[in-house]
Design a protein around this ligand. Structure first.
Ligand SMILES: [Cu+2]
Length: 167
């Protein structure tokens, strides 16, 4: 019985502490500790930036994992040189990524080593993206030919690449 009552008293103390904490934060009213790392938040930020676009800022949507799991499809095959934000969405069912490579080679003919494309000329990448997530990659791109690839093991060889031109 002593154990039981001790537990009950502990529960009451927790409740009281919770009530105090709630009261304090209510008085503080507008203090928000929301993080901005959610995909939705970063998407909103990028579209806001694009609204006030200058002549050299562009956005390119890229879809990973659709229509096939190893598809990588930019919404546009080319973009004007300057600051380019790739808005990458993993619409597949497994992790993917997008690597931006400046190369004179066709996107499907990069050298391959140990099942992965050699990333010579890589300028930036999303890093691994879980299924259903969106990520922005902003780069300054000069005119030329580029390859956009997913280089997770086996994905490039599975056909996960696209040619891309910067004019
Ligand atoms: Cu992939």
């Amino acid at each position: 019985m002593t154990l039981h009552s001790r537990v009950a008293r502990g529960g009451l103390a927790l409740l009281a502490a919770g009530a105090i904490a709630t009261g304090v934060s209510a008085c503080g009213s507008s203090s928000s500790t929301d993080t901005t790392s959610t995909p939705a938040a970063s998407t909103a930020a990028s579209s806001t930036a694009t609204t006030g676009s200058t002549a050299t800022a562009s956005q390119v949507d890229v879809t990973l994992g659709l229509p096939e799991e190893f598809s990588l499809v930019p919404a546009s095959p080319s973009v004007a040189a300057g600051t380019v934000t790739f808005k990458v969405k993993n619409a597949g069912t497994m992790p993917h990524e997008m690597v931006v490579i400046k190369t004179t080679k066709d996107a499907g003919k990069l050298p391959v080593k140990d099942g992965e494309a050699v990333e010579t000329g890589a300028l930036g990448e999303t890093g691994d993206m879980e299924a259903g997530t969106t990520k922005d990659v902003t780069l300054k791109l000069t005119p030329g030919h580029y390859a956009l690839i997913c280089n997770l093991p086996g994905h490039y060889l599975g056909g996960m690449y696209a040619n891309f031109e910067v004019t």
